[in-house]
Design a protein around this ligand. Sequence first.
Ligand SMILES: Cc1cc2nc3c(=O)[nH]c(=O)nc-3n(C[C@H](O)[C@H](O)[C@H](O)COP(=O)(O)OP(=O)(O)OC[C@H]3O[C@@H](n4cnc5c(N)ncnc54)[C@H](O)[C@@H]3O)c2cc1C
Length: 392
Amino acid sequence: MARYDLVIIGGGCIGSAIAYFLAAEPGYGGTVAVVERDPTYATASTPRATGGIRQQFSTPENVEIGLYGAQFFRELPERLAVDGERADIGFKEHGYLLLATEGALDIMRENHACQVALGAEIRWLDRAALAARFPWLVVDDVAGAFFGARNEGWYDPYSLLMAFRRKARALGVTYIQDEASNLELAGDRVTGVVLSSGSRIEAGAVVNAAGARDAARVARWAGVLLPVEPRKRCAFLVKGPQPLPPSPLRFEPNGVWSRPEGQGLLCGATPELEHDPARTDFDVDHYLFEDVIWPTLAGRSKVFEALKVERSYAGHYDYNTLDQNAIIGRWPGFANFYVATGYSGHGVMQSPASGRAMMELVVHGGYRTLDLSRFGVERILKGEPVLETGIY
Ligand SMILES: Cc1cc2nc3c(=O)[nH]c(=O)nc-3n(C[C@H](O)[C@H](O)[C@H](O)COP(=O)(O)OP(=O)(O)OC[C@H]3O[C@@H](n4cnc5c(N)ncnc54)[C@H](O)[C@@H]3O)c2cc1C
């Protein structure tokens, strides 16, 4: 029977980032395996993500995670190079533009103060400055916007996942194509992972990085409840008759987001709470484009009036029903069972910081760089949310 010092269940961007950080850490001499049932990632969240990265959050940890993510993405071509071949995720630092109504201004100003204090380069553009910088936008209904001048933008999530995976393997991590179907427990320890193929792996420690559709199921094998469920999110690739102007990733006051993609625009909207149960299907909710996204965009600029949907798809947020923030850490009551999930729409941008954080927990037993204790499991067990007002 194979034995690994650490077994990670789920090889998406989170599991693969953790694998990379452990394998790259000189202070860790252990063996690492990633159990991933589908190397094509057909139903995983990561390849379906928009690939945004921002620091415009209200929780200091999320701001700092975003800053580290941007730094990592800039260093990534060299850090994740394999055999001299540089990695490329197409990181575009074109910024996030959060349009702000008068009503939302107080809370957004408070968040902005926190972001700037932590070193994020977010600028306030009042209505006149906004109109001067983006003359094609209708700005009558907003007081202005917060604009990330550096460290914010987007990249290709699938390329990021592949870069982590390729580098982890080059550094000695074993990817096992199989499905974990149960855990073996002895006292306060997880001792092994049972696989659907019928074999099992002996494990020194286990990380649950099984994502939106499976992390709660994996947790149940250890007898614990994880408040993470799949929530469907749809994205639409649209094009107009004329080329669209260059733009940052824009968030409308009603939550509609859009960013340039090739000659067109990738856009989406968060469904209202009553239309947002846990769902695992991939049916596109076309009403979102017809009823919410298109009217919002067309009202924002003439250049969006004649948009046509070229392609659309659905994916799933790993939605943490308590507070929509990451759940990362060792599960209390277990000596060697860890979790990293629940990112609810910002897992890809948070994968570098999550990989580093899990490496520090496993190697040092505590955080050495960024303290993510507030995102630990204890708050879940106590039902004490870390409220983030910058979730979209
Ligand atoms: C439309 C959309 C837009 C998004 N936009 C953004 C964005 O702009 N920025 C951002 O940061 N995030 C975004 N997200 C969220 C992001 O995609 C997720 O938070 C992130 O991908 C989670 O990564 P993961 O590795 O935990 O999950 P996944 O990518 O889902 O990986 C989990 C893996 O675990 C495997 N697995 C599960 N159970 C088992 C098992 N029992 N045995 C073996 N393998 C198993 C699965 O096959 C899967 O490959 C978006 C998501 C969607 C759907």
